[in-house]
Every structure is written in structure tokens, then in C-alpha cells.
Design a protein around this ligand. Structure first.
Ligand SMILES: Nc1ncnc2c1ncn2[C@@H]1O[C@H](COP(=O)(O)OP(=O)(O)O)[C@@H](O)[C@H]1O
Ligand SMILES: [Mg+2]
Length: 85
């Protein structure tokens, strides 16, 4: 079972769709690199995964359980945090 699973993640800023039904999964012990040109939506995906931005659609699951993070602190309690550059 994936440790982190994102299904159909969608985030819109007015008419701009920053994330369009993004799927992503991660198993324990894996290291992933997220790559894309400027504006591709990398930061938006990380912000949504860490409770800094709400999803307009989609589901985040941790160890098979659906979660909704209202704040980064909520995400930290579930073991997810961001180290910003
Ligand atoms: N707070 C915001 N308000 C409006 N548009 C935003 C905001 N944050 C990001 N965007 C837009 O969402 C898209 C994805 O941006 P972003 O996730 O920052 O890309 P990346 O990190 O891959 O460079 C871009 O079109 C960007 O302009
Ligand atoms: Mg960025």
C-alpha cells in the first residue's frame, strides 16, 4: 500500500488551473524528484500535500486513509512537512 497517495488533485486560481487531476503515489522509503518548468505546478502540489493550500478536487491518503489538512500543522501531525529553500 502506498504511504502517500494523491488522486485527482485539482487546484484552480480563478480561471488558471494549476493542478489538473494529478495522481501521485509514494511507497515507504522512496525518494522522488518532482520536475517541471516554471509554472508547471510543483509548488502548488507540495502546498496542497502539506496543508498550505486546499484542493478544489481530489483525495490525499496517508497509509490508505483519506486525510484533509486545513493547515500545515495538521499535515505535520500526520508526518508531512516542507523544508522551503
Ligand atoms: N497564489 C496564486 N495565485 C494565483 N495563481 C497562482 C498562485 N500560485 C500559483 N499560481 C499559478 O499556478 C500555476 C502553477 O504555479 P506553481 O505551482 O508555483 O508552479 P512551479 O512551482 O512548478 O513553478 C502557475 O500558472 C502560477 O502562476
Ligand atoms: Mg515552485
Amino acid at each position: 500500500m502506498p504511504l502517500v497517495q494523491v488522486t485527482g488533485a485539482t487546484v484552480r486560481f480563478q480561471s488558471d488551473t494549476a493542478l489538473d487531476a494529478v495522481d501521485f503515489r509514494m511507497f515507504a522509503g522512496e525518494v522522488h524528484s518532482l520536475m517541471g518548468e516554471n509554472g508547471a505546478g510543483k509548488s502548488t502540489l507540495i502546498k496542497a500535500l502539506t496543508g498550505a493550500l486546499p484542493l478544489d478536487a481530489g483525495v490525499i491518503s496517508i497509509a490508505g486513509k483519506g486525510v484533509q489538512f486545513a493547515t500545515p500543522r495538521d499535515a505535520q501531525r500526520a508526518g508531512i512537512s516542507t523544508v522551503y529553500q
